[in-house]
Ligand binder design. Sequence first.
Ligand code: ZN
Length: 183
Amino acid sequence: MKFCSNCGSEVTQRIPEGDTRPRYICDACHTTHYQNPNIIAGCLPIWGDEVLLCRRAIEPRHGYWTVPAGFMENGETVAEGAARETWEEAEANVRDLTLYAMFNIPYINQVYMLHRAHLVDGKFGIGVESLECRLFKEEDIPWDELAFPSVKRTLKYYFEDRKRGEYPLHIDDLRPPQKRIQP
Ligand SMILES: [Zn+2]
């Protein structure tokens, strides 16, 4: 952050009195700009024995497959955000949303909250942020072309849980990918 979003003056970074972390502070209008993690709300949409995935038309991970998910908006619940993202990315209506996988990703300041959900009528399209949307059976999942570790984990959990018919909430903390050490 370089400029104050309130008055446009330059901000400086320092620890305010009584605080423990550096914040962006505007000395012109005395606003402290707090920066906090973002919540990513999404769905794993299910239809029969298939799940709906979207191929990303945007960066990051353009061309890779993901579940419909995106930044939660002000004024909505996390489930509403998940349903909205599913409509925007896959033009699909979902029902019976149940929180299923939560990922803390502290190194990018994000929390993923993914829901199991059922397609209302099996219909879907292709949202503007997607190149393609389609239903996959377990054996057809493109494991090497998934966009994010959170997507891979959610799918693995789902297909394992489905065998038992039990779907507990999964909570994981994701760490940065290990850098490959050159020999
Ligand atoms: Zn200001």
